[in-house]
Ligand binder design. Structure first.
Ligand code: AMP
Ligand code: GLY
Length: 417
């Protein structure tokens, strides 16, 4: 079997690493891939972008299964194109991808199907948005409705900053077309959890929970990033929280998917906020998370390809999935300066001294050596009998790896609340 994975991050490296365990998988193409995927025995990077070129590649190379890592192509309708051409692809069609591609659509869906989410209003008009904001309490959250690479959310402490956020998003278009519409919503104070899952539109199978660390600085300070580290399972997802998630969020989401005639096999990532007032759904992502995937897949004892195939065959309710009882901790090594400007092209040393898993995110291979090529460079994953052991392992490996301007957070997995 030949698999095509679309993407270039640590998430895609983790996906390629996990599916290479399957004996039927003879070849994994990754477009465009990265330096880590190139080093996998079955892996090969292919420099192809855009859904039409990817479709041609898949047809010419008789690809048996395509897995799309990131959201842009999904929202653009790559799944519809592949399905029309008779190819197997795992992911939401254009309609279901709107649950991530439009926050306004997702919030209306949550409201319609009784899913607990922050109170909100949607605006396409600047004056109406400002009129509403003047009556609100603070802090308040202003969001660009469209895709903005995780950066389109502005938490506003007062009226001035909220009015400025509206101008930036809707008039200055700092997030381009993502800001043609905004969601203004209630601020929720709590701890976040990521629950990733797979669905065949008849059944949702949740994965083990995870926790992201989104800010660049320790104790969740400074600028937002794509994620500076993750742990799994998430210690805040108690049995009670999990049950609330299943009953009040996951089940009504499935009802909504059925009622809206969404028919796909793909991932759903539930972004949760656990507060004193209960568990809220912040957002849906219709793909795996990065760096959540890097801590979840190492705990999956079942075959990943089998799960995806069961989804495509609409048989997810018939399979048993096994998880390890261990814990994982992923520390992201970034280029100093990220998420703003940073230098790249520095040689990475010491990875071969590390026994733990290292997933490559932004690094290129040249003549057998790895060089930094992005903001988030490496994902070092420790596996332990508990969170503390997983943390210790990850951080001891982090010390062995070096490149110029290496930056990482020292508090991944520290429980502050
Ligand atoms: P989203 O893309 O909607 O998940 O937002 C990105 C991040 O912004 C979330 O992971 C939270 O850290 C934060 N955020 C979003 N909505 C809210 C909210 N209503 N209250 C507090 N923080 C939020
Ligand atoms: N780690 C959050 C995301 O993948 O969107």
């Amino acid at each position: 079997m030949k698999v095509l994975v679309v993407g270039s991050g640590g998430r895609e490296h983790a996906i390629c690493w996990k599916i290479s365990e399957n004996k039927d998988v003879e070849k994994i193409y990754c477009a465009p891939g990265n330096g880590g995927i190139a080093l996998l025995e079955k892996g090969e990077n292919v420099n192809i972008t855009g859904s039409d070129n990817l479709l041609n590649f898949a047809l010419e190379n008789r690809i048996d299964l395509t897995i799309v890592g990131s959201e842009e192509l999904l929202v653009d309708g790559i799944v519809d194109k592949f399905k029309k051409a008779g190819l197997k692809i795992f992911g939401p069609d254009k309609k279901a991808a709107l649950l991530e591609g439009s926050k306004a659509f997702a919030k209306d869906f949550m409201k319609k199907y009784g899913i607990k989410t922050a109170a909100y209003e949607v605006f396409k008009d600047v004056m109406k948005a400002k009129e509403y904001i003047r009556k609100c309490e603070f802090p308040l959250v202003v969001k660009a409705s469209g895709l903005a690479a995780g950066k389109g959310v502005i938490i506003c402490e007062n009226l001035d900053s909220a009015l400025k956020a509206v101008d930036e998003i809707m008039i200055d278009k700092v997030f381009n077309d993502a800001g043609h519409e905004i969601v203004v919503e209630e601020f929720l104070d709590g701890v976040e959890a990521s629950i990733l899952s797979v669905t065949d539109s008849r059944f949702i199978m949740p994965f083990i929970s995870a926790k992201d660390h989104k800010k660049i600085g320790e104790k969740e300070t400074g600028l937002n990033t794509g994620g500076m580290g993750t742990i799994a399972p998430n210690p805040y997802v108690t049995d009670e929280v999990y049950k609330t998630f299943v009953d009040d969020i996951m089940k009504p989401t499935l009802e909504g998917i059925k009622a809206e005639n969404m028919d796909f096999a793909g991932f759903i990532f539930f972004g949760l906020m656990i507060t004193k007032k209960g568990v809220y759904l912040l957002e849906y992502n219709m793909r795996l998370g990065d760096p959540e995937t890097q801590v979840i897949l190492p705990l999956l004892e079942s075959d990943f390809i089998d799960i995806l195939n069961s989804g495509l065959n609409k048989e997810l309710d018939k399979i048993e999935v096994k998880w390890s009882s261990k814990s994982t901790c992923c520390v992201v090594l970034a280029s100093g300066g990220y998420p703003k400007e940073y230098e790249k092209g520095y040689e990475i040393k010491g990875i071969s001294d590390v026994k733990d898993l290292v997933f490559i995110a932004g690094a290129k291979e040249k003549d057998g050596k790895l060089y930094t090529s992005g903001g988030r460079v490496l994902n070092v994953v420790g596996i332990g009998n508990d969170l503390e052991e997983a943390r210790k392992k990850a951080y001891s490996s982090v010390e062995k790896i070096d490149f110029k301007d290496k930056y990482f957070r020292k508090d991944i997995g520290v429980l502050y609340r």
